[in-house]
Design a protein around this ligand. Structure first.
Ligand code: AMP
Length: 281
């Protein structure tokens, strides 16, 4: 695997006349890699002749300074995992490389309702930061396809919207959530959980599944109250939101017996760490 830190080196490599790739697949990450990331890389490898993974902890998308400071950095083991997964290029830029002094950290894009629900209400400015970095990485790498996890369901909807609005020539691919054996959605932040909290965290996915199984027994508000009580009776967990939303627009549904495709999305504070998850409803 080739490791590249600068845009010039990446350009030099990608533009070599001998390197005539028909399809470049790109997997943006913030590192601290796990099987969820690996599944995106494997998918990219099956669909492209070159797979590029980026590791960049984007300061612009952290609304909480402490979350940024404690975000795990595990470069050595990430490199070993990327090599084992068959990644071709690791792009590992510095913050200055991504955001040089004269870089306009703004994107003239109104995300509308997508930036007013769920994560957006708890993480002000987060999605603007995500859009800025993803657009910047797309501009640098110019991939044909980019791979994202459905775990960050709202993020994928927003990136899809951005790509459409800005007419970015790229195909976006959403990949299924990879879970631990006990059901907890894999996340780089899971390694920051204390043992007690880690043991409580599978309740999040369990509650989503149970909520789905109860959809014919309760009206929406009852179901929301049931989810809140179920999560909050655990001393280590606190519900931030549970929403059932239209899978495309992310507009919260007024009724569970909806004919559109719906997703149940949840965010839970587990001590200092926020965990999110979702299932098709
Ligand atoms: P991150 O490093 O957390 O920014 O995630 C990089 C990419 O991996 C994003 O597209 C995530 O949605 C995806 N991802 C993270 N966790 C999982 C998971 N458990 N299953 C599938 N994809 C995931």
């Amino acid at each position: 695997m080739k490791i590249v830190s600068t845009i010039t080196d990446l350009d030099d490599f990608l533009n070599k006349p001998a390197n005539n790739w028909k399809s470049i697949g790109f997997v943006p990450t913030m590192g601290a890699l796990h099987e969820g990331h690996k599944s995106l890389i494997i998918r990219s490898k099956t669909e492209n002749d070159l797979t590029i993974v980026s590791i960049f902890v984007n300061p612009l998308q952290f609304n909480d300074k402490k979350d940024f400071e404690r975000y795990p950095h595990t470069l050595e083991s990430d490199i070993a995992k990327l090599t084992a997964a068959g990644c071709d290029i690791l792009f590992y830029p510095t913050t200055e490389e991504i955001y040089p002094k004269d870089f306009a950290q703004d994107l003239d894009l109104d995300l509308g309702m997508l930036d007013q629900v769920m994560e957006a209400r708890f993480r002000l400015g987060h999605f603007k930061g995500v859009c800025i970095v993803v657009k910047r990485l797309f501009d640098i790498i110019k991939p044909h396809k980019a791979y994202f996890g459905e775990k960050d369901f709202q993020q994928f909807a927003i990136i899809k919207y951005m790509v459409k609005k800005l007419v970015v020539p790229i195909q976006l691919i959403a990949c299924p959530i990879i879970r631990e054996e006990d059901g907890l959605a894999m996340s780089s932040r899971n390694m920051l959980l204390s043992l007690e909290i880690r043991q409580s965290a599978p309740l999040i996915y369990k509650t989503l599944l149970l909520a789905k199984s109860k959809r014919s027994e309760m009206v929406l508000n009852e179901l929301k109250r049931w989810v809140e009580n179920t999560i909050n009776t655990n001393p280590f967990l606190k519900l931030e939101y549970f929403e059932i939303v239209d899978s495309e627009t992310l507009i919260p549904t007024a009724s569970i017996n909806h004919s559109h495709s719906l997703h149940a999305c949840i965010a839970v504070r587990a001590g200092e760490i926020r965990l999110i998850d979702n299932i098709p409803f």
